[in-house]
Every structure is written in C-alpha cells, then in structure tokens.
Design a protein around this ligand. Structure first.
Ligand SMILES: O=C(O)CCC(=O)C(=O)O
Ligand SMILES: [Fe+2]
Length: 339
C-alpha cells in the first residue's frame, strides 16, 4: 500500500510533497490561530468526579457542562490511566507501523466494519486530496480484536481500551447530570453497559517537508458519544472555536476528550496539522452505542426544550457508513441527518 510513511522513506519527497497531497484551504475558512495561552480548552479533574466530596462533584459536573457547551473539548487530568499503560500503548502503536509491509498486508484493503484495518489518508475512494496520515483502526468492543504483531501489542491495547472505556463511562455520567438528567441516563438509553461500541484509531503523521501545504486530517467532527485522545507530545490538533482555529497543547499526562455527533451537546470541528520535524502519533478511542442502536434526540430534552427534534433517528452503524463514505468537506456529517 502506498502509505505516507512509505512515501517519506522512499526519499521521493525530500523537498516537496506530491501534488495530490497539497491541501486547498477553503478561502472562506478564517484560519487565524489564537495564540493567547489563556484561551484554551478547559481542564477537568477526573478524580473529583469519582472520589470528590458531593460539593466537588457538583462543581466538576458544572465545569464539564460548561466545557461541553463552550468548547466541545476538554482536557482530563487525574484520570487514573497509569503512565506505564499510556507510554507502552504509544510505543506499541508506533511500532505497529514499523513492521514490514508484508506483516501489515493482511489488514490492508479492508472495509469499515472489518475488525482490523490499516490504511492511509481518510478514504481514498472519496478523498479529493490525500491526507498526510496513515492509520490503524481496530474494533475493540464489544468484541475485542487486535493485530497479532508486534508481540505484546494485543495485551496493551486491551488494557488501554478497557481503561479508556472506564473513563468514558464516568464522564458520560457527569455529562448526563450536567444536562439535568439522571446520572445513568446516557449509559442506560444507549445500552452502554452491555454492548457499547469502541473503535480504536491510531493516527500516524510522518514528518512532512512542506507542512504548510499538507493536512493530516481535515476539519471533521467525530461519530459516537465521546472520543478520548492521547498523543505523543507533538502538537497538531486544532479545534474550531468562535470562528477561529485554536491549537491545542495538552498538559503532560492529560487525555483530550471531545464530544461526538451522537451527544446532545454539539460536536465540534477539529483537524490535525502536520509538522516538518518528527512523526506525530495520536491515539483516539471513539465511544459509541451498539452498532445496531437507533439513536434519536433524547425525548426528555426535546420535551423540555419544547421544540421539534432537530435530527432524524439513525442507526449508529448507518451513521458510521455515511460518515466514512462522505468526503471530508469541512462540514460535520450531522448535516446529513438534520431535519
Ligand atoms: O490527531 C489528532 O490530533 C486528531 C485525530 C482525530 O481527530 C481523529 O482521529 O478523529
Ligand atoms: Fe477527530
């Protein structure tokens, strides 16, 4: 497969990138970066959610609600996912891509719902421009899958994904509360206890000789309820906020969380830039309902707002198909299900 990693290693783009990777920025898109460090995504102390006093818990739930409303993104600290687990997950994920092509070949050319998929760009069948990104996608829950190699990858992947599901579960309780719903509302109505769907995405962004011309991942919003993102210390993530792109520089040891399209709070456009110096790796776990679940706007909230639902109900599986087969054109896939 013609991956970005292979392109870089071939030495054929030593100074300039092939034309098909040159990203045409939408001229209507104001790309001003906010550099004011104070204006960044909020920080949520997870330990206060799980073991704080009732007052601390209520404060942190309020902060989560505010973060979801104002940013759709926040950083989580004291999340309990051990540093050894995170470091090993980073190391093992990167080493997956360092195998020979033959070793990865069995995962190439796969489809959206195949258990393990190794690929490049977003969806080469629909991409107008190729993105400076290779990926590994693994459906890890409710049925656990993992590549056999490199040795130990499967074990650490299972551990990390289990931990991130626990974090997601607790955050979803806080989010339910922040919406004025019973704590278990989202977990129950989305059947998360029994068969939540979890997709692991490892994004590999090799160093790019012309980072200002290429795009790692173009503006998009994520499917599912929540995405938990961990990166290897290199910047690249930008969040669309109040009409500008804000570069996110997460605190060391934090996890970045964002709201997906299936959450009542608004999901937010974000993108990943590339850099000229080093390989950036980001690991996203997307937490959603069971694939067969038809997701509709929460009746309690529709009733409370006293207005008609804004979205039609759609099976999570169909939504994933829709998102994957639509070109990433700078709009959220939600526009396809808006009434
Ligand atoms: O690499 C990043 O920072 C963003 C990744 C992302 O948005 C995704 O995997 O959906
Ligand atoms: Fe994303």
């Amino acid at each position: 497969m013609f991956t970005v990693k292979r392109l870089v290693e071939s030495g054929n783009c030593y100074q300039s990138i092939p034309l098909e990777y040159v990203f045409e920025t939408n001229p209507n898109d104001d790309c001003t970066n906010i550099t004011d460090a104070a204006d960044t995504i909020p920080t949520i102390d997870f330990s206060l959610l799980t073991s704080g006093s009732p007052e601390q818990r209520s404060n942190v739930i309020q902060s989560i609600g505010k973060a979801c409303l104002e940013w759709g993104f926040f950083m989580v600290i004291n999340h309990g996912v051990a540093k050894t687990v995170r470091d090993e997950m980073q190391r093992a994920s990167k080493s997956f891509f360092e195998q020979t092509e033959e070793q990865m070949q069995e995962y190439a050319g796969k489809k959206l719902f195949d258990p393990i998929r190794w690929g490049t760009s977003f969806n080469r069948a629909v991409d107008n421009t190729f993105f400076w990104r290779d990926y590994l996608k693994v459906h890890v829950h409710p049925h656990f899958n993992a590549p056999q190699n490199p040795p130990g990858f499967s074990e650490i992947l299972q551990e990390y994904c289990k931990r991130s599901r626990e974090v997601a579960g607790e955050l979803l309780k806080g989010i339910s509360k922040s919406l004025g719903l019973e704590e278990s509302y989202i977990n129950k109505t989305m059947d998360l206890e029994s068969s939540s769907h979890q997709l692991l995405v490892v994004n590999l962004y090799p160093p790019c000789p012309q980072p200002e011309l290429a795009m790692g991942l173009p503006p998009h919003s994520d499917h599912g309820l929540l995405t938990i993102l961990m990166q290897n210390g290199l910047q690249g993530l930008q969040v669309h906020h109040n009409g500008s792109w804000v570069s996110i520089d997460p605190l060391p040891d934090s996890l970045v969380v964002n709201i997906g399209d299936h959450m009542e709070y608004k999901s937010v456009l974000h993108r990943a830039l590339v850099n000229g110096g080093a390989t950036r790796v980001s690991i996203a776990t997307a937490h959603g309902p069971p694939l067969q679940k038809v997701v509709v706007p929460a009746p309690e909230l529709v009733h409370r707002e006293n207005r008609p639902p804004a979205y039609r109900g759609i099976k999570y599986k169909e939504y994933l198909e829709l998102q994957q087969s639509s070109p990433l054109d700078g709009k959220s896939c939600l526009t396809h299900v808006r009434i």
